[in-house]
Design a protein around this ligand. Structure first.
Ligand SMILES: Nc1ncnc2c1ncn2[C@@H]1O[C@H](COP(=O)(O)OP(=O)(O)O)[C@@H](O)[C@H]1O
Ligand SMILES: [Mg+2]
Length: 291
């Protein structure tokens, strides 16, 4: 399949190459290290699946490349520019869209108000009407519910709304975080149709999912994360095998109680901060406030 890359906003005449490159990135939440030396590349117009179990660091990567979290080391290069230290709004202006985990819609605003806000922010007042029509054509259910407030939409409809917000203003890269989580299969189909359409318009995708099946059908490349590290990078077909292997190792380890101990030892050796915070966090046990 060839993808027409001629349309995205901000596209320069640079030769077709990687639109995004994550180079040896580590990231942390305070003393808690969430990413360790993560590297992968996203070719212009490509679809990279970023998979891994809950807590593997997928959302942290999404936040790091979009500028919501700043890498503690390594580099993020987007559209030929080092954006490692740039704030999220500047990275967004360069053509990076982020559909965050969860719903990402304003629950007290109507569908139309949600879209209007997003389009004005991303494209100014120009072509507002036309863009709304495009969104309603791509997702008819949103047109039917244009006067309904976001908070009363179903989970699936809210996810479609957050996709529609980025659909009409072409980006160079869209980072979509767990769009299908908790959705009925038929709604997942709609979400993936939306992603295909966005990709067909020349936007490269980084699709974060816990469930590997759907995303690996769409992806041209896959990255499997485990405990904040890249466990696999390569053809999508190899990723499901890797995920299965990880899951069965995890089950085994959980059965013997070895995994948490191993994880803590690993983190304890590498992190630079307060050991109690890390141990408490990883073990998921009750944390003493203050201290
Ligand atoms: N805001 C935060 N503050 C502290 N720790 C966090 C925060 N967000 C995520 N983490 C921790 O970082 C690790 C990676 O989380 P995350 O990137 O959300 O994983 P995933 O998206 O793969 O489920 C987890 O151990 C998680 O508990
Ligand atoms: Mg996540």
């Amino acid at each position: 399949m060839t993808v027409d890359t001629s349309t995205p906003a901000g596209t320069s005449t640079a030769p077709a190459t990687d639109v995004l490159s994550v180079q040896n990135v580590s990231a942390a939440y305070g003393p808690y290290r969430a990413l360790f030396d993560v590297s992968f590349r996203v070719p212009e117009g490509g679809v990279v699946a970023l998979v891994g179990s809950n807590g593997a660091g997928k959302s942290t990567i999404a936040r790091t490349v979009t500028g919501l979290v700043t890498a503690t080391s390594g580099r993020v290069v987007f559209a030929g520019q080092d954006v490692t230290q740039l704030p999220a709004f500047k990275i967004a202006r360069l053509g990076m869209a982020h559909v965050v985990e969860g719903r990402g819609v304003f629950s007290t605003l109507t569908v139309e108000e949600n879209l209007t806000l997003a389009f004005r922010q991303r494209a100014g007042r120009a072509k507002l009407k036309e863009n709304l029509e495009r969104a309603y054509t791509a997702f008819p259910i949103l047109g039917e519910r244009r006067r309904q407030v976001g908070g009363t939409l179903s989970g699936g409809q809210q996810r479609l709304l957050s996709l529609a917000k980025v659909l009409v203003v072409p980006s160079r890269v869209l980072v979509a975080d767990e769009l299908s989580l908790g959705l009925a299969p038929v709604v997942v189909d709609q979400v993936y149709e939306g992603l295909r359409e966005i990709n067909g318009n020349g936007t490269a995708l980084v699709v974060v999912e816990q469930q590997v099946h759907r995303v690996l059908e769409l992806a041209t490349w896959a990255v499997v994360l485990n405990h904040g590290r890249v466990a696999y990078e390569g053809e999508p077909s190899g990723a499901s095998r890797e995920m299965e292997a990880l899951m069965s190792r995890r089950e085994e380890a959980l059965a013997t109680g070895a995994e948490e101990a191993e994880k803590e030892a690993e983190r304890g050796a590498e992190k630079s901060g307060n050991p109690e915070r890390v141990a408490g966090h990883v073990a998921g046990g009750p944390q003493t406030p203050g201290a």
